[in-house]
Every structure is written in C-alpha cells, then in structure tokens.
Design a protein around this ligand. Structure first.
Ligand SMILES: Nc1ncnc2c1ncn2[C@@H]1O[C@H](COP(=O)(O)OP(=O)(O)OP(=O)(O)O)[C@@H](O)[C@H]1O
Length: 259
C-alpha cells in the first residue's frame, strides 16, 4: 500500500484509478441536509482543494467520506467501496485525517502525541523529523503550550507518520499568522510529494501554491470542479463562487480569503 504508486507525473493527469471517488454523497446533521448529492474524484497524486464560503458543507463532506457522520451514497477508495465501513476501518485502509480543530492532546508532550499516532509497524519518523525540525526540538514540550501553528504541525505530523493512500486536511491555516501560514504550506507541499491530499482551505494564496484541482461547494452541493489555475485566473468566477474579489498573482504575494 504505497501512496502514489501509480503516479505518472507531478502535474498531470493519470490514467490510473482515482484514489477517492465520491458519488451521490449526502449527509444530514441534526436533521439538516449539510451534504447533498455530492460527486467528485481525487486523482492519485497532488492536492485537490475543496473550496466554498463559510458553512457550505466542506467539513461535513470530509466527515461524510470518513463515516464520521451518517451518510448515503458511494465512496470508493482506490476503486473499492468503503461507504459501508466504519471510520476506524476506513482509516486503517489508509486515510489520514487532520481535523480543523487540530485535536492535539494538550496535556501530553509533543513526542507522546506523535507516539500515540503511530499505526504502522514502521512509522515514518525520519520523514516527520525532516519536515518538522521544530517538533524535534520541542519533543519534551507539552502540546497545549505550543502556538497554533506548532499544534498544526503536530497534527500534520501525526497523520504523516503512517503510510496513507490519502490525507484529508481541514483548514490547516485557519487563524494562523501569515508567516506561519507559509510554514504550514511548505510542510503540506512536501507532504504532497508523498501522498495525495484532499485539502479544505479558504486562503486562495495557499490554494494557488498547492492545489492542482478544485472542487467548489455551495449549500451542500458541488457547483464547480476543474483545474485550480483556471479558476484562480478568472476573478469574476472566483467572486461568483466564493464571494471574494481575488487577484492572486503568480508570485503568491497577494491573496484573498473566502468568507
Ligand atoms: N454539529 C453540528 N450541529 C448542527 N449543525 C452543524 C453541526 N456541524 C455543522 N453544522 C451545520 O452544517 C452546515 C455545514 O457545516 P460545515 O462545517 O460542513 O461547513 P464548512 O463549509 O466546513 O464551514 P466552515 O468554513 O465554517 O468550516 C452548517 O450550516 C453548519 O452550521
């Protein structure tokens, strides 16, 4: 189960099976339809971004894929149906999840947080140490005393310790200072070289840097899918779909955050 096994190139389409296929996915929370007939697929390489205004159902879509909320519809992982399976089983099939609220164990040290996340017989400690040298320095520090950015690194590191087929990463840069957004983006860019990522993100500068493809959600439904470049190059479409006026330049020096 090697991630990116059927990779062709970093940018390009591959004729191989998508790592994730979602078809007609619907989910309700507290009687409210939060995901409605959602269909999209995630290729076996690179970053696919899920975009949309606040509260449109992006997080719920990830949770429905993982079976964390009750759902209907088809979910295929590397071609195999998993929608009938429980979350723990889906995770063991190789789906890493980095939730929006980071969920580190505040009372445990960084090292203990990482150790608890190890699922594989041979966890990728060297990769994690290479990607997050700051965490090595802070191994003995309690995770609850870390900054938001450092906690995000712990959360990402926990997912990267295991060899996954796919990572689901939910708003990793939310609430972080611009410099830290850059560091988290760097880590994600490195991670994406080893595993395909489905990334919920509101910061268009981060999308510009990381994502090859986008899936835009509005009111629980998919309203647009396509290459990230194509959308970002069309400010009117960005305004229409995301409600922001975005001029993301090609050097990534400007950005806009969908709200
Ligand atoms: N636990 C819950 N109880 C009730 N309603 C919920 C719950 N979680 C989400 N919702 C509702 O479901 C809808 C979709 O929420 P979701 O978090 O999936 O959206 P989102 O696009 O990820 O938003 P955000 O960008 O704010 O994180 C919203 O209307 C939200 O209020």
């Amino acid at each position: 189960m090697i991630a990116g096994r059927n990779r062709t190139d970093r940018t390009g389409a591959t004729a191989d099976v998508p790592v994730l296929e979602v078809r007609g996915l619907s989910a309700r929370i507290a009687g409210q339809q939060v995901v409605e007939d959602v269909t999209f697929s995630v290729p076996a390489t690179g970053v696919t971004a899920v975009l949309g205004r606040n509260g449109v159902g992006k997080t719920s879509t990830l949770k429905a894929v993982l079976g964390l909320i009750e759902r209907r519809g088809e979910v295929r992982l590397a071609g195999e149906r998993v929608d009938g399976e429980r979350t723990d089983r889906i995770v063991r099939r190789g789906v890493g999840y980095v939730p929006e609220d980071r969920e580190v164990f505040a009372g445990l040290t960084v090292a203990e947080n990482l150790r608890l996340a190890e699922r594989d017989a041979h966890p990728r400690r060297e990769l994690v140490a290479e990607l997050f040298p700051d965490l090595v320095q802070r191994a003995a520090q309690r995770a609850g005393t870390l900054s938001g950015g450092q906690q995000q690194m712990v959360s990402l590191a926990r997912a990267l310790l295991n060899t996954n087929r796919l990572l689901l990463v939910d708003e990793p840069t939310k609430g972080l200072a611009p410099r830290i957004v850059g560091e988290v983006s760097d880590a994600l860019a490195e991670a994406a070289r080893t595993v395909p990522i489905l990334l919920v993100e509101q910061n268009l500068e981060v999308i510009e840097r990381l994502a090859e493809r986008v899936v835009v959600i509005d009111a629980g439904r998919v309203v647009h899918t396509g290459p990230a470049r194509e959308l970002l190059d069309d400010p009117d479409r960005v305004q229409q779909l995301l409600g922001v006026h975005a001029e993301v330049d090609h050097h990534g020096t400007e950005g806009a955050v969908a709200r």
